[in-house]
Write a protein that binds this ligand. Structure first.
Ligand SMILES: Cc1cc2nc3c(=O)[nH]c(=O)nc-3n(C[C@H](O)[C@H](O)[C@H](O)COP(=O)(O)OP(=O)(O)OC[C@H]3O[C@@H](n4cnc5c(N)ncnc54)[C@H](O)[C@@H]3O)c2cc1C
Length: 282
């Protein structure tokens, strides 16, 4: 499955405060030292500012880091997306993560008929082959997709529109990833599909976030995590073990890398990184 050396990337979200930004700068420095291949920065997710994405992308890129901005847009805002494409091109950014984007919290999700595949087409029309475009995919199915066959079909449409690779929503069952990759290949969507990895640092937060984004926490894992109660240290230790085992299994099975949802923290990524033997990469 993996034609080239596996790639290891880390996702940040733009902090809302100066203090948060100062902390993230430190996290970026610490994770750079690990040998992360590139950082991605979310766009508008969880109510974060879109200006924040651009600033972080340009600042970290200026330090020599490889950075992939996330980009989403409605049909009406394509001029904003176009401006960003020009800014990123001028800054030498080569990777983008192109998404439809989340409905802002408090608003009811509506189907506007404008999807990530349309934005991928737009980026290709405006920038040709300049950018390596990554898109999102969902081994456990996007919460608003009617069935598995449609999930595969919508993913194929994004690849047909010009996406080069994909990052998955996080999951905890390696088999669901392998099944999804096989189904995509059979449907002709034959691009590298990098597993998105969520460290486990709090059962409550993980449950709330998973309920929102549709990621599945298997019953056995929910039960074990709930059993830790207030023992946060025990939960994190166990979480590190479970996620490290998952990463090992994915890489042994041919996953073309891992993408860590860092939650803007360096500790959880660093612990998993070390535990799966990536420390010697740099
Ligand atoms: C790796 C990753 C990074 C993310 N980064 C961000 C971020 O930075 N900012 C943010 O706001 N959100 C982010 N998200 C969340 C993402 O925006 C949401 O999951 C969103 O609901 C779907 O985005 P998409 O790009 O997969 O959309 P799409 O692939 O366009 O799918 C969106 C919805 O439309 C439906 N659909 C797709 N194509 C069709 C079609 N042809 N006909 C009918 N229905 C269709 C799908 O079933 C799905 O319900 C990220 C998710 C992942 C996995």
């Amino acid at each position: 499955m993996a034609a080239t050396a596996p790639q290891f990337s880390v996702e940040f979200f733009p902090p809302r405060t100066e203090t948060g930004r100062g902390k993230l700068d430190k996290v970026h420095e610490e994770l750079t030292a690990l040998g992360v291949d590139f950082f991605s920065v979310t766009y508008g997710a969880g109510g974060s500012t879109k200006e924040g994405t651009k600033n972080i992308v340009l600042d970290y890129s200026a330090t020599g880091s490889k950075v992939a901005p996330h980009l989403s847009s409605s049909r009406q805002d394509l001029d904003v997306a176009d401006d960003l494409l020009n800014i990123y091109r001028d800054a030498g950014i080569r990777r983008l993560v192109v998404l439809r984007g989340d409905t802002p919290s408090g608003q009811k999700p509506t189907d506007t008929g404008f999807y990530a595949r349309d934005l991928v087409e737009f980026v290709r029309r405006r920038s040709g082959d300049y950018f390596h475009i990554k898109v999102a995919c969902y081994p456990d199915i996007h919460p608003r997709t009617a069935n598995y066959a449609l999930e595969i079909e919508y993913f194929r449409q994004k690849i047909d529109a010009g996406a080069n690779s994909a990052i998955t929503q996080y999951f905890f069952d390696a088999d669901s990833y392998f099944r999804f990759v096989d189904s995509c290949r059979q449907a002709g969507a034959d691009v590298p599909i990098v597993p998105g990895i969520m460290p486990i640092i709090s059962f409550d937060k993980l449950s709330a976030f998973s309920a929102k984004c549709g990621a599945k926490i298997p019953e056995w894992l929910s039960r074990r995590l709930a059993g830790f109660g207030d023992d946060q240290a025990g939960l994190r230790k166990y979480g590190d073990e479970v996620v490290s085992e998952l990463c090992d299994r994915l890489l042994r099975g041919g996953a073309p890398g891992l993408h860590f949802y860092s939650l803007n923290l360096s500790g959880p990524v660093r612990r998993i990184w070390e535990s799966i033997g990536l420390s010697g990469r740099r």
